[in-house]
Design a protein. Structure first.
Length: 341
């Protein structure tokens, strides 16, 4: 009798060990078959049993009951995250579960270009298929209040960069993230600014950085362009920069800027008004923010485009006049009508 009991116990152990071996092999072996990957979405409210059935139907796991048992033993069944996940038949059931728990969702991207206006940013978000639209972002006052900047104009406050995010990210979430980066970058740069700058607040630095952004096609010239504007502010000279005039024209701008436009007064016309415009005119990069707070050491007060994206910088009006004739008028001095930039 004792021998029979021993045999039964031994057989039970062997069966148990075989079962455990099979269970272990199942957890750590890919489903097999043709290699295939797909994007699987865990939707809000989806029960874990439903997820298991759907993964079985997609051919990603076998024996869903085993998978559910393992998940509960690991205390992970209630910890899977919402969103899209990239899964493959080369993954094991254990790896699939870990992926769903990790929150490593499929990421999409969107690039905000340096020098865009806030309107261009909103338009770009509105056409992105993976970004959900909200009403609040079209209400500028409500948006800035939501971001903790009530009464602030939104122009300039969103950092140009390439952002990565999961499907379902709202335009408000996107803007909140871009706004936080600009605010942090501006605060850091302002704390480390050079002494003696004619800028009273970080916001004034942001305004000037947006002008530098629009004037500088060559990034290495940003400190020089910033220095010209800083020197003009120190001397009480008008900035006389076309991008501010264009911004003030709004929808009336048709791609051309005329003499009459330079003479037409708006809050943004730096030919008719001294100092800085009332708000930024674009989204400045970190490089432009840094440039206005660390301008180049130069006596230049003027610059003119060479036609290749770069500029010629001049310390005197006479030198600037010659540069305008050379680069803008094809060497014809008779066409010069005065440019006091």
């Amino acid at each position: 009798m004792k021998r029979l009991v021993f045999i039964v116990i031994l057989l039970s152990l062997l069966v148990g060990l075989a079962g455990l071996g099979h269970f272990y092999h199942y957890l750590h072996s890919p489903v097999g078959g043709a290699e295939r990957s797909l994007t699987y979405e865990v939707q809000k409210g989806a029960a874990f049993a439903r997820v298991a059935r759907e993964l079985e139907a997609e051919g990603l796991i076998r024996y869903p009951l085993y998978w559910r048992l393992y998940a509960r033993l690991q205390d992970k069944a209630h910890r899977i995250r919402l969103g899209e996940f990239r899964l493959s038949t080369t993954m094991t059931p254990a790896e699939i579960l870990d992926t769903l728990v990790s929150g490593a969702t499929v990421q999409y991207s969107h690039t905000v270009l340096e020098g865009w206006t806030f309107r261009q940013l909103l338009d770009s978000l509105a056409t992105h298929p993976q970004i959900e639209q909200t009403d609040i972002v079209r209400d500028r006052e409500a948006l800035m209040a939501e971001l903790g900047q009530p009464g602030m104009h939104p122009e300039g406050w969103f950092y140009p960069d390439t952002y990565h995010f999961p499907r379902g990210t709202t335009d408000l979430d996107f803007l909140r993230r871009a706004n936080a980066i600009t605010r942090e970058r501006l605060e850091t740069e302002w704390a480390a600014r050079e002494e003696g700058l004619p800028l009273r607040t970080p916001y004034e630095a942001l305004i000037l950085a947006s002008i530098v952004e629009k004037e500088s096609a060559v990034t290495s010239e940003r400190p020089m362009i910033a220095a010209v504007f800083i020197s003009r502010l120190r001397k009480g000279m008008r900035l006389q920069t076309d991008p501010t005039v264009i911004y003030g024209m709004g929808e009336d701008y048709d791609g051309n800027i005329r003499k009459s436009d330079l003479r037409r007064d708006t809050p943004y016309n730096t030919y008719t008004r001294g100092g800085l415009p009332p708000t930024p005119i674009a989204l400045p990069s970190g490089g432009s923010i840094h440039a206005v707070l660390h301008p180049a050491d130069t006596d230049a007060l003027y610059f003119v485009a060479r036609g290749d994206g770069s500029h010629h910088f001049s310390a005197t009006y006479e030198e600037h006049r010659e540069a305008v004739i050379r680069y803008l008028l094809g060497g014809n001095a008779d066409r010069y009508q005065g440019d006091t930039r």
